[in-house]
Design a protein around this ligand. Structure first.
Ligand SMILES: *Cc1c(COP(=O)(O)O)cnc(C)c1O
Length: 340
């Protein structure tokens, strides 16, 4: 029951809510789609997703703004990205308008689970899609299921901001012409060994380099990098194997249009990292997590912003974007979808 949730002590875990959305693709078309109270899925043992990992997903948040509205942040970009992900895995696109409608329905049906303004907690939405009919010869499934469930998640910086320590990984995340740019479960399955290893060694995250030359910064397992130069320029790595983070794209807009900062989206060589003033990780979960230290085979790069707080520009970016999301700062046209 939503009434019993202690919002300030929630972590990032699955809490079952009342309703989820389900739509099935069969004979070349998506059905109407419905909300259901059934949180379980019954699948054939040979379903495409179970054999050949044909599945893609998204992640976004709903939350209450200062004036009490329930809103979502740029769900249209999640819809577009999921279409791109689906196409790369030979799955049918789930139409953008239906995606946005489904997001709104799920949030409205679970409105009790949207945490109060100021709690720092949010309602995390997980749209996903998978091949559902039996597939044993290697080929795309012909039937698919699209679902969205939601789960309330706690404040990301519980007990204050703690800059992260990151390891330069010896593993690769994405091949040059592979699937790094799409949000697919397969990219995460193969990152699990690398993250478990990094955690065992005392690191918070991995920094993956480009797998072809191992000289350029790509991203972590689930967040894009953002750097700040000593003269206050924002720099983000550009590569066709990085997942196009909606948070990163929004922060770049905020840097240019709200803060008047210069922004460079370009290849970033690992050799340059030692000269940056600030570093952060961008993604829906934290918006920006500051990075304090990057360790390359025992060689430490300590960011001048230190291990106790966000750097000044990272902090401005964080406060401006979260201000826009929470309704304290006027949002660019179309960024905030009001649900109720
Ligand atoms: C989801 C994801 C991100 C962050 O994207 P947002 O749209 O900002 O949440 C970054 N990298 C990877 C690999 C991801 O899967």
């Amino acid at each position: 029951m939503a009434q019993n949730i202690d919002w300030s002590n929630l972590g990032f875990g699955y809490v079952q809510t009342d309703y989820r959305y389900v739509s099935n693709f069969k004979d070349g078309a998506w059905d109407e789609g419905v909300l259901t109270q059934d949180a379980n899925i019954v699948l054939n043992e040979c379903a495409g997703v179970l054999q050949y990992a044909q599945t893609v997903f998204e992640g976004l948040k709903a939350y209450r703004t200062q004036d009490g509205k329930i809103v979502c942040f740029r769900p249209d970009l999640n819809a577009d990205r999921m279409v791109d992900s689906a196409k790369r895995l030979e799955m049918p696109a789930f139409p953008k308008e239906k995606f946005i409608e489904a997001v709104k329905k799920v949030v409205a049906a679970n409105a009790d689970f949207v945490p109060p303004y100021g709690s720092g907690a949010t309602l995390y939405l997980r749209p996903y899609m998978f091949g559902s009919n039996p597939v044993i010869g290697v080929k795309p499934a012909s039937e698919y299921q699209f679902r969205i469930f939601c789960t309330p998640v706690g404040p990301y910086f519980k007990g204050g901001v703690k800059p992260l320590t990151i390891k330069v990984s010896d593993f690769d995340r994405a091949a040059p012409n592979g699937t790094g740019h799409i949000k697919a479960g397969l990219n995460y399955a193969m990152s699990l060994h690398a993250i478990v290893t990094a955690h065992e060694e005392g690191f918070d995250e991995n920094m993956y380099l480009d797998s072809k030359t191992r000289t350029k910064v790509e991203e972590t397992g689930g967040a894009n990098f953002l750097f700040v130069t000593k003269d206050g320029k924002v720099v983000t790595p550009k590569s066709s194997s990085i997942l196009p983070s909606i948070t990163r794209r929004s922060l770049i807009y905020v840097a240019k249009e709200y803060l008047g900062l210069e922004v460079e989206e370009r290849e970033v060589y690992f050799d340059e990292v030692k000269d940056f003033a600030e570093c952060g990780l961008c993604g829906t979960a934290a918006v920006i997590s500051p990075v304090g230290k990057i360790v390359d085979h025992g060689k430490e790069i300590c960011l001048p912003s230190g291990m106790s707080d966000m750097g000044p520009i990272t902090k401005k970016l964080y406060e401006t974007l979260t201000g826009i999301q929470m309704g304290r700062i006027e949002a660019p046209e179309g960024w905030i979808q009001v649900i109720e």
